[in-house]
Write a protein that binds this ligand. Structure first.
Ligand SMILES: Nc1ncnc2c1ncn2[C@@H]1O[C@H](COP(=O)(O)OP(=O)(O)OP(=O)(O)O)[C@@H](O)[C@H]1O
Ligand SMILES: [Mg+2]
Length: 249
C-alpha cells in the first residue's frame, strides 16, 4: 500500500553544510501491517516520515500510495494519509472539538459526518472529559490525543506517526497502541517511529533500522534477533547499530 523507492534527502545549510539525512531508503508497508522505524537520535526517521507524508520533497527517489506516485497526485495522496508529526500545533483558543471540526472541513468531510466521527474518535481515545476545553489548557497527553484524533479523523488508509507515544503516561500510550493495532485489523498500513523498544516489540510486524541516514535492515523482529544472535529487539538493535559504528579494518 505504501512504497518508498530509493528515497534520499540532502539538506544544505550555510552553517552545517551538507547533511545527508536519508540515503536511499527502499521498503514497503502492506495493508494490515505495522512497520516500526527505529534508529538513534538524528538517524533520519523524522525526515523519512516527512517525505512519505509529502511534507518535504525528496532530493531523489519516490514514494507511492496504492501505486500512485506522490509527486504526480499530491492531493489524492494526502487525502489517503494521516500524518502525526512531532510538532503538530493546535489552535490554543479553540476547543478540541472545534479543532477537529476545522480539520474535518479541510479534509472535505460533511458537517454531519464530522459530528459523528468526532464523537467516535473522542470515545476511542478517551477524550470526552476534555474535548470541549480550549487547547491551550490541555496537558501534554491530552494535547497529543487531540493531535492524533485530528490525524485519524478522515480514517485514512495510511498512517504515518512520528513518535506517537512520546511523553505519554502508560494508560494513554496503551490507548494509542491499541488504536494502532485496531487500525491494522481494519486493513490500514501503519508506519511509526519510536525509541521505545517494548512498543516496537509488541506491535510491529516488521522493523526498519535506520542509522546515519541508512536504512540498513528491514525485517521481522525474529529475523533481526537471529541475524544478530540476540534474544530481544533491544539487544538486536544495540548490537546491529554498534557493529555499524565500529571502525572498519
Ligand atoms: N530542515 C533541516 N535542515 C537541515 N538539517 C536537517 C533538517 N531536518 C533534519 N536535519 C538533519 O537531518 C538529520 C536527521 O534528522 P531527523 O530529524 O530526521 O532525525 P531523527 O531520526 O528523527 O532523530 P530523533 O530521534 O532525534 O527525532 C539530522 O542530522 C538533522 O540535524
Ligand atoms: Mg525525529
Amino acid at each position: 500500500m505504501l512504497r518508498a523507492e530509493e528515497l534520499r534527502k540532502v539538506f544544505r545549510t550555510p552553517r552545517a553544510g551538507v547533511v545527508e539525512a536519508v540515503r536511499g531508503a527502499t521498503f514497503e508497508v502492506a495493508a494490515g501491517e505495522v512497520f516500526g522505524l527505529l534508529g538513534p537520535n538524528g538517524a533520519g526517521k523524522t525526515t523519512l516520515l516527512r517525505m512519505l507524508a509529502t511534507i518535504i520533497v525528496p532530493t531523489s527517489g519516490r514514494c507511492f500510495v496504492n501505486g500512485i506516485a506522490a509527486d504526480e497526485a499530491p492531493d489524492q495522496i494526502r487525502a489517503s494519509i494521516g500524518f502525526l508529526s512531532g510538532n503538530t500545533r493546535l489552535y490554543g483558543r479553540l476547543t478540541g472539538r472545534e479543532v477537529l471540526h476545522y480539520f474535518g472541513r479541510l479534509y472535505g468531510m460533511r458537517d454531519r459526518d464530522i459530528r459523528g466521527r468526532v464523537d467516535e474518535v473522542s470515545a476511542l481515545l478517551g477524550m470526552d472529559e476534555f474535548i470541549n476545553r480550549r487547547c491551550d489548557t490541555l496537558s501534554t497527553g491530552q494535547t497529543q490525543k487531540v493531535s492524533i484524533a485530528r490525524v485519524i479523523l478522515h480514517d485514512p488508509q495510511v498512517l504515518i506517526l512520528d513518535e506517537p507515544t512520546l511523553g505519554l503516561d502508560i494508560m494513554t500510550s496503551t490507548a494509542i497502541l491499541s488504536f494502532i493495532s485496531d487500525a491494522r485489523a481494519r486493513g490500514r498500513a501503519i508506519i511509526f517511529s519510536t525509541h521505545y523498544m517494548s512498543e516496537a516489540e509488541m506491535l510491529c510486524d516488521r522493523v526498519g533500522l535506520l542509522h546515519q541516514g541508512s536504512l540498513f535492515a528491514v525485517d521481522s523482529k525474529a529475523a533481526l534477533c537471529e541475524q544478530s544472535g540476540t534474544a530481544d529487539l533491544r539487544a538486536a538493535f544495540l548490537k546491529l547499530v554498534e557493529e555499524r559504528e565500529l571502525p572498519r579494518p
